[in-house]
Design a protein around this ligand. Structure first.
Ligand SMILES: Cc1ncc(COP(=O)(O)O)c(C=O)c1O
Length: 391
């Protein structure tokens, strides 16, 4: 196995760029190479940051690759699912149904029934209609209510689509026993790629008055789930909260609650897998338009990095190339775009690449493991990256 990356990229790159070795010939692009050791180390980092008091339930939607799921399971992580198909993947990775959290707040009725039939016992809700749906299709199940919380420090906010108020949460949990359900707990999501180290602890503290009100109403919660949103490193220079600091703040915030529920969970997605993967692409074209250099590769937003389109090419995936012979030479600021005929197929609006980069050269994008190939399509007839694994 030879090194994928030049030493310069190793010393200044992200975990993905420094860790991934090429598991096969570099000419077979597009590919995505996972370093499964990074996934295992990240699960361990979460367990350590939360002193093993908060159980890890990996958000399968982030990257449902079976070997990624196996790496999570083998390091002591469990799973959070959004659908029945994700449940089957989690079960195939060795999860026990009763340990799986079904945290998608609005679920297809058949998926609720299917999950209950397979032994899932906990479902998130955030509206009266969903509470009734769970009561009908998963009688006797536990429900945990998703609160809308501040997500303004995140790159991908979620609280407009999901989450409810403290008052509604109280009504839902007090109504649950009357519908034959167990009022199990609370959850929230601070938004994906959240960079405020206090966001999770702040949301935990907001649960305190609600838990006190519920206690007065005779309801004692057994679970609290602090959701996902933990950030991954993209640009090497990015300032990110330290996971141990986030964990310490959450553990401290638990002391502000009227009691600490016996089951505590977190649902990281991006932070577990983003930095485990490198996307490999080939330059298929080059053009200068209005004084700007455009580099076209055989992987784009549609067949590999949809979040590049969602962020208009500004999510700073670290990038390097196969042209180690040009290192230290002239560079050019360029737009790196995909192979389709759609202009939103762009990966990076402003990448600095060797000026001599040519058709046939390789481009490697790091931190490509989260919300990437699982979103991808063969739009315009371009293939999905083939998965390779090391570690
Ligand atoms: C319910 C739920 N939990 C966890 C996650 C994972 O979030 P992240 O990848 O930001 O950690 C998501 C992502 O959308 C989610 O919807």
């Amino acid at each position: 196995m030879r090194s994928l990356l030049p030493d310069a990229a190793r010393s200044e790159g992200t975990a993905a760029l420094t860790a991934v070795e090429l598991a096969g010939p570099a000419d077979d692009t597009p590919f995505i190479t996972y370093d499964l050791g990074v996934v295992r180390r990240q699960v361990a980092a979460f367990r350590d940051a939360f002193r093993d008091r908060v159980a890890v339930r990996y958000a399968v939607k982030c990257n449902p690759d079976p070997l990624v799921l196996a790496a999570v399971a083998s390091s002591g992580g469990g799973f959070e699912i959004a659908s029945l198909a994700e449940l089957d993947l989690a079960l195939a990775a060795g999860a026990r149904p009763a340990d799986v959290l079904y945290s998608n707040p609005v679920k297809a009725p058949g998926h609720v029934a299917g999950a209950a039939a397979r032994g899932v016992v906990r479902f998130a809700v955030d509206a009266p209609e969903e509470l009734e749906k769970v009561a009908r299709h998963a009688p006797g199940a536990g429900v945990y209510v998703r609160l809308a919380v501040d997500d303004t420090s995140s790159r991908f906010p979620l609280s407009a689509k999901f989450g409810t108020t403290r008052e509604e949460a109280r009504r839902l949990l007090l109504a649950a026993p009357g519908l034959g359900l167990v009022p199990a707990g609370l959850t929230f999501h601070v938004g994906s790629q959240c960079t405020d180290p206090d966001a999770w602890a702040h949301a935990v503290r907001l649960c305190a008055p609600l838990m006190a009100e519920l206690q007065e109403g005779g309801v004692r919660l057994r679970m609290l789930d602090v959701g996902g949103g933990f950030p991954a490193r993209y640009a090497p220079s990015e300032v990110l909260p330290d996971l141990r600091d986030v964990g310490a703040r959450v553990l401290e915030a638990l002391e502000s609650l009227p009691y600490v529920p016996e089951e505590l969970y977190c649902e990281p997605g991006r932070a577990l897998v983003a930095e485990s993967a490198v996307l490999g692409a080939t330059v298929i074209g080059r053009a200068e338009r209005s004084g700007r250099v455009w580099v076209y590769t055989d992987v784009g937003a549609y067949n590999g990095l949809m979040e590049a389109a969602q962020t208009s090419g500004t999510l700073a995936f670290p990038v390097t190339t196969s042209r180690t012979d040009l290192a230290g030479g002239p560079t050019v600021h360029c737009t790196v775009t995909g192979p389709s005929c759609d202009s939103s197929d762009t990966l990076l609006r402003d990448a600095v690449l060797p000026a001599g980069l040519e058709v046939g050269d390789r481009v490697y994008l790091g931190s490509a493991g989260a919300y990437s190939v699982c979103y991808a399509s063969t739009f315009n007839g371009f293939p999905l990256p083939r998965a390779r694994y090391v570690g």
